[in-house]
Design a protein around this ligand. Structure first.
Ligand code: AMP
Length: 194
């Protein structure tokens, strides 16, 4: 039986979004630490990213940040996390974040967050990984993303299975429950196939 030990969280680097988004990040971080799930993220100190990292740390959890050298100043690297890996490029950052994580969770964010989401879901569509993906849809922020993807399926540019690869959830608890269930489910499937 497989366990969820680390989750990669993609989310906004800005502090200017709605307060409810940072509150959702705080609730998530606390719950991750309580469940012994490590955070893997982009290594920044600000915005929703900083909120989730600070909250995992203050609840006694483990945080691994991966940041490219050139962004250390721009996004302000978080110096107090458990491990901060400085890499050369954005591509190296994303590859390393994916490698270190059992599952992916998208919180509210901007264009960078969307880019990271689309890369991980299209990698799964191509069969490059089979790790669970969930969207924490705080206040319906990502409703338009879901509508866009459903429209793509309606136009037959993607299969319904591709849309179904992402679970939309409303709370941190549902997010971690969903990812944990999918991790143990995939282990069950693969051992049945042996
Ligand atoms: P944002 O949602 O725009 O605040 O960005 C969230 C995170 O995604 C930040 O850490 C950005 O550095 C990162 N990001 C932005 N664009 C890219 C990209 N093309 N590849 C990887 N990460 C990115």
């Amino acid at each position: 039986m497989s366990h969820l030990t680390s989750v990669c969280v993609y989310c906004g680097s800005s502090n200017n979004g709605p307060t409810s988004h940072r509150e959702a990040a705080n609730a998530l971080g606390k719950m991750m630490a309580e469940r012994g799930i490590g955070l893997v993220y982009g290594g920044g100190r600000a915005g929703v990213m900083g909120a989730v990292a600070d909250s995992v740390l203050s609840a006694g959890g483990k945080v691994t940040g991966i940041i490219p050298d050139f962004l250390m100043r721009h996004e302000v690297g978080h110096m107090n996390i458990t491990e901060l890996e400085v890499v050369d490029t954005m591509h190296a950052r994303k590859a390393r974040m994916a490698e270190l994580s059992d599952a992916f969770l998208i919180l509210p964010g901007g264009l960078g967050t969307l880019e990271e989401y689309f890369e991980i879901v299209t990698w799964r569509q191509l069969g490059l990984h089979d790790k669970p993906i969930a969207v924490l849809n705080t206040d319906g922020y990502w409703d338009r993303l879901r509508d866009t993807v459903n429209g793509i399926v309606e136009a037959n540019y993607a299969r319904p299975e591709s849309a179904a690869m992402t679970s939309y959830v409303g709370t941190a608890e549902q997010a971690l429950d969903t990812l944990e269930r999918q991790i143990s489910g995939s282990e069950h499937l693969s051992s049945e196939m042996l």
